[in-house]
Write a protein of this length. Structure first.
Length: 125
């Protein structure tokens, strides 16, 4: 297991992110602080290879019905837990890399640790 220091803890506050390029290739990774928990994702959307980690941070959206019904009653929970690709808005859970619109699509995730004041990402050689 290889460890790489990607930031100091104060560089990525809750709700923040840092994109690290290069990291195991030209696309790099995004390191996210979601409510004090750190996550790292590969910066490539599996849909069309867009720069995923530059996308909008949102929450999980749920609807009681289709928006065209006029009473969809949209609710948002877990603000900042979902990352939307800037190219086509595909949503991914930051904690798991799971795509919320296509269960076959996933983005690579990496283990992240705090070691002292360092944020460290681990990967297999």
């Amino acid at each position: 297991m290889t460890r790489v220091v990607v930031a100091k803890v104060w560089e990525i506050p809750p709700g923040g992110r840092k994109i690290v390029v290069p990291f195991r290739g030209r696309a790099g990774i995004g390191v996210f602080n979601v409510n004090g928990e750190l996550y790292a994702l590969r910066n490539i959307c599996p849909h069309k290879r867009g720069p995923l980690c530059t996308g909008e941070l949102t929450g999980h959206v749920a609807a009681a019905g289709p928006p065209s019904a006029g009473h969809a009653d949209l609710t948002v929970s877990g603000e900042g837990e979902v990352l939307r690709c800037p190219w086509h808005q595909w949503p991914f859970e930051i904690a798991t890399g799971r795509c919320l619109v296509d269960p076959k699509a996933r983005v690579k995730t990496y283990p992240v640790r705090k070691i002292g004041n360092d944020i460290v990402v681990e990967f297999d050689d």
